[in-house]
Write a protein that binds this ligand. Structure first.
Ligand SMILES: [Zn+2]
Length: 101
């Protein structure tokens, strides 16, 4: 029998696709599948509804976020920028600022 190593959600893939890609997917899936905190009611009950769409199972609040996580660093920057406080957005490290521009 094949010896199963602790690979988490990517154990289903077996030996396919290469270890680097499986590890990368594992990291994303673990983060994606765990319950997240609701920005509306604060209860840890947010689950992914669809790509970029997250919903709270407690209060029913649905919101747009990252594809694999409810909020991304880049999303935070965009949110601040859209609120009309670009001075704060500039404070974020230079690397992210480059991506935005
Ligand atoms: Zn909620």
């Amino acid at each position: 029998m094949v010896k199963r190593k602790k690979l988490g959600p990517v154990a289903r893939l077996g030996v396919r696709y290469g270890v680097t890609l499986r590890k990368r997917l594992s990291k994303i899936e673990v983060e994606m599948k765990k319950p997240h905190e609701c920005p509306s009611c604060g209860v840890i009950a947010v689950k992914k509804v669809s790509v970029g769409l997250w919903g709270c199972r407690k209060c029913g609040y649905t919101f747009a976020g990252g594809a694999y996580t409810p909020s991304t660093k880049l999303g935070e920057v965009a949110k601040r920028a859209s609120r009309g406080t670009p001075s704060e957005a500039i404070k974020v490290s230079g690397k992210e600022k480059e991506k935005v521009e």
